[in-house]
Design a protein around this ligand. Sequence first.
Ligand SMILES: Cc1ncc(COP(=O)(O)O)c(C=O)c1O
Length: 454
Amino acid sequence: MSHTTVPHPLLAPLFEAERQRFIVAHPQSLALSQQAQAHFLFGVPMHWMRDWPTPATLFVRQAFGVTLECADGVHYTDFCLGDTGAMFGHSPAPVAEAIARQAARGLTCMLPATQTPEVGELLTQRFGLPVWQLAMTASDANRFVLRWARAVTRRPQVLVFDGCYHGAVDDTLVDRDPTTGQTLPRPSVLGQVHNHHSYTRVVPFNHLQALEAALADGQVAALLAEPALTNFGLVPPEPGFWAAAQALCRRYGTLLVLDETHTLSTGPGGFTRTHGLQPDMLVVGKAVAGGLPCAVYGFTEDLARRMRQAKESAPEGHSGIGTTLTANPLTLAALRAALEHLHTHEAYGHMLDRAEELETGLMQRIQAAGRPWTVTRMGARMELQFMPRTPRSAQDVREMGQPELEAFTHLFMLNRGVLLTPFHSMMLCSPATSADDVRQLLRNFDELLGTLPA
Ligand SMILES: Cc1ncc(COP(=O)(O)O)c(C=O)c1O
């Protein structure tokens, strides 16, 4: 039995009214949706842009700061922020200026730009690890770190948490059979032929016993994990979990790789720096260069030594790591500007203050209305969770989540000028988010509470 507080039949007419409201307000987006069908699969340049719960795709005219303007000239206050890619606001000035400066001086050369040493210095200052490599996206970075991890440890297995998402990385697109604990292929994945259950192990998050059992035979090259699950509903680590998990990885010779792509929202340097964790490798994508495609991965001196050894002892030829456009001068210019001007204590101070105001406002309203819901926050990001408590595992989310209510909330907010992330009602505060923006969201939430049947 799920904790459904709003039965689906009651939601259906409300949902339909919101769909109609969207259609009336967005004639241009509807027309563009139609036109784009001619040459784009599903009418969008990437198929999952259709996964938003709007009746037609919302086409963007421009985005600046936290204001996004759609093709119909409607302005939205953006708490989705490109699902973290625009965490520091859309087109932040220092990054936009750096891109403009570099744009006339070479976009891609397959050679390092002169700022390279400076970028390395800034990466180490911001994130702590001494040695770095670049990738184009966090998906790429995660694929590459798994390859490095297997190469240096000469172990075949990787370990992930149930409910994980690390991008389009085949090894990690798996589920856990809740009865047997076995690895299952994720049924939604298209064209999957590889037998990942032979090489990927999956354990529940926050479960040290299961983690140790999976590591104990010494076959696991790396544990690839987000510090908190952020892609299956926000599931934070329990107190002490990471200290113990880190110690287990050390004991069994497994590399700990933390994927900070979303938890970068926690504070400067992400969850790892904020909580003093010591991973062997760290991956940061999405917002790292202020919204331009870029990801970075850093590692310890010891691991760097082992990586050099692995590469130098391999035959000449393709390593399976790297893409042609990665680390191009344009990206490097944006990354440099972002590291210097965006990943600052000042920017985070602002983001965290707004996030705290939003969390407090939502929780006060939830409690006053007596709804069995909660808000879970990880620094500047939070989720409005339609369940009575913060989940401790992906299984909790499966059992307690209310996807229809999430989708309804998303469309309801969008129709009133506020963009939430289209999954899990995720809200992110940027340095450009103002107290007025927070109040606008809270006013919409008051209206939502008044609209939903008790
Ligand atoms: C934790 C995490 N890692 C990696 C990725 C992949 O990022 P990208 O889609 O930019 O490759 C995502 C995407 O949502 C993510 O949430």
